[in-house]
Design a protein around this ligand. Structure first.
Ligand code: PLP
Length: 392
C-alpha cells in the first residue's frame, strides 16, 4: 500500500483523535524509519519517548520474540519469570521496594493515586483524599489522570470529574503551603513537564516541597512516565534532584516499544496494597516484561554517560541555530523555544520534508531521540534544523 491508501483507510475507520502528519511508516532500524514510498527519516521522537533503543534493536527483538515463542501470557493468577525479574531490577535501580505493573502511563498514575489514597485511609481514616498536582502538568487521559492534569484545555467537555484534586502553580511554594490542608494525601508532579512545554522544575523548589510533604506525611508521587528510564541522563530524573519519593511511575521508554507501565513504591505504601486492592489483566505480561528487561540491560552507566555527552553537544548546537531563543529540559528531553514569530509546528513540518522527525510541545519544538543515538545523528539533525531555520 502507498501512503495515500494507508491514510485513506485509516481516516475512514479510526477515530480522528490525533493531529497526524501525512506520513505512513512501514519499517525501522536503529535511528531511522522508512515510509511506504521508501523515504528515510532520522527519528528524533522515539515514538514520543518510547523507543529508547530505537527501532528493532537486536537485543530487544531477540528477547521479545524468544518470550513470545515460549509463553506469551498467563494471568496474574500465576507467576512468571520475566515479571519478577523486571520488578527486582526496577527496585534495584530506583531504591524503592515494590512494583505494580499496568500497561500505560495513565494507568500507572491511576495506580499511584489509588495507592496514595489507600495508604491515607488506612493510616488516617476517610476524608484525607485530596491530590495536589501542578498547573501545566500532564498525567494521562483516563478520568482521574485527566483530572490530575493541570491544563484546562484537556478537561473541556469531559466532566463531571472525580473529586478531591487541586492544582498549584509550579515553583510557587507558598501556593502549595496554602493549598495543602488536613484533607491532602498526596502531591503528584513531573520534574520536567513534558507535554506542558519541556519545562524543568527548580531544584530548590523541589527540595522545599519534598521536606514539606515529608513533615506532613503527604505522599510524594513523581510521574517519571516521560522523564524516567534514562531519558534525562540518569535512570530516574529524581536522582538529579536528590529526591526520594514514595511512589514513582514509569511507562513510555520502559517497554522499548511494547505497552507497559509501572507503579514503583516504598514499603510504607506497598504494605497497604494487599490482595484485591488493584489489578490488571495484561499487567506484568511476560513479553512486555522481557522487552523491558532488554531495555534495562542496554541502559548501562556507560550508555548514560555517552548520552549525557551527546545531550550536551545537541544542546550546544541548538543554541547556535537562527531564531533559537532558549533550549530547555534535561538530558535528551529537549525543548526549543523560538524567537521572531517562528512557529514550532512549521519547523516540524519543514523538518519532516527534509527527513527528520521531531515533536512539538505547546509552542516549543521537542526532541526525544532514542538513547542509542551517536554524534553523527546529532550532527545530521542539527544540519537539517539549521537548513530549515535559515529558510524561515
Ligand atoms: N505522564 C506523563 C508525564 C506523560 O508524558 C504521559 C504521556 O505523554 C502520560 C503520563 C500518559 O501516558 P500514556 O499515554 O502512556 O497513558
Amino acid at each position: 500500500m502507498n501512503t495515500q491508501a494507508i491514510i485513506a483507510r485509516d481516516d475512514a475507520n479510526v477515530l480522528h483523535t490525533y493531529g497526524r502528519s501525512p506520513i505512513a511508516l512501514v519499517e525501522g532500524r536503529g535511528m531511522y524509519a522508512r515510509d511506504a514510498e521508501g523515504r528515510e527519516y532520522l527519528d528524533f521522537t522515539s515514538g514520543i519517548g518510547v523507543n529508547a533503543l530505537g527501532f528493532c534493536h537486536p537485543a530487544w527483538v531477540q528477547a521479545v520474540s524468544a518470550q513470545a515463542a515460549r509463553l506469551q501470557h498467563t494471568s496474574n493468577l500465576y507467576y512468571t519469570e520475566p515479571c519478577g525479574a523486571l520488578a527486582e531490577e526496577l527496585c534495584r535501580r530506583t531504591g524503592l521496594d515494590a512494583v505494580f505493573f499496568g500497561n500505560s502511563g495513565a494507568e500507572a498514575n491511576e495506580g499511584a493515586i489509588k495507592a496514595a489514597r489507600k495508604y491515607s485511609v488506612d493510616t488516617y481514616g476517610p476524608g484525607r483524599s485530596k491530590v495536589l498536582t501542578l498547573v501545566n502538568s500532564f498525567h494521562g487521559r483516563t478520568l482521574a489522570t485527566l483530572t490530575a492534569t493541570g491544563q484546562e484545555v484537556f478537561h473541556r467537555d469531559f466532566g463531571p470529574f472525580p473529586e478531591q484534586f487541586a492544582y498549584v502553580p509550579a515553583g510557587d511554594f507558598g501556593a502549595l503551603e496554602a493549598a495543602a490542608g488536613p484533607d491532602t494525601c498526596a502531591l503528584m508532579l513531573e520534574l520536567v513537564q513534558g507535554e506542558g512545554g519541556v519545562v524543568a522544575l527548580e531544584k530548590a523548589y523541589v527540595e522545599q516541597v519534598a521536606a514539606f510533604c515529608k513533615a506532613r506525611d503527604i505522599l510524594l508521587l513523581v510521574d517519571e512516565v516521560q522523564t524516567g528510564v534514562g531519558r534525562t541522563g540518569t535512570f530516574l530524573a529524581c536522582e538529579q534532584f536528590d529526591l526520594h519519593p514514595d511512589i514513582v511511575t514509569l511507562a513510555k521508554g520502559l517497554g522499548g516499544g511494547l505497552p507497559i507501565g509501572a507503579v514503583v513504591m516504598n514499603r510504607k505504601v506497598a504494605d497497604h496494597m494487599g490482595p484485591g486492592s488493584h489489578g490488571s489483566t495484561f499487567g506484568g505480561n511476560p513479553v512486555a516484561c522481557a522487552g523491558a528487561l532488554a531495555v534495562l540491560g542496554e541502559l548501562t552507566d556507560d550508555r548514560l554517560a555517552k548520552d549525557n555527552a551527546l545531550a550536551a553537544a545537541l544542546r550546544a548546537g541548538l543554541q547556535t541555530l537562527p531564531h533559537v531563543q532558549a533550549v530547555t529540559g534535561l538530558g535528551l528531553m529537549v525543548g526549543v523555544a523560538f524567537a521572531d514569530g517562528v512557529s514550532a509546528a512549521a519547523v516540524r513540518t519543514a523538518c519532516e520534508r527534509q527527513g527528520l522527525l521531531v515533536l512539538t510541545a505547546k509552542t516549543r519544538l521537542r526532541l526525544l531521540p532514542p538513547l542509542i543515538l551517536t554524534q553523527e545523528d546529532v550532527d545530521k539533525a542539527l544540519a537539517i534544523l539549521r537548513s530549515v531555520l535559515e529558510s524561515l
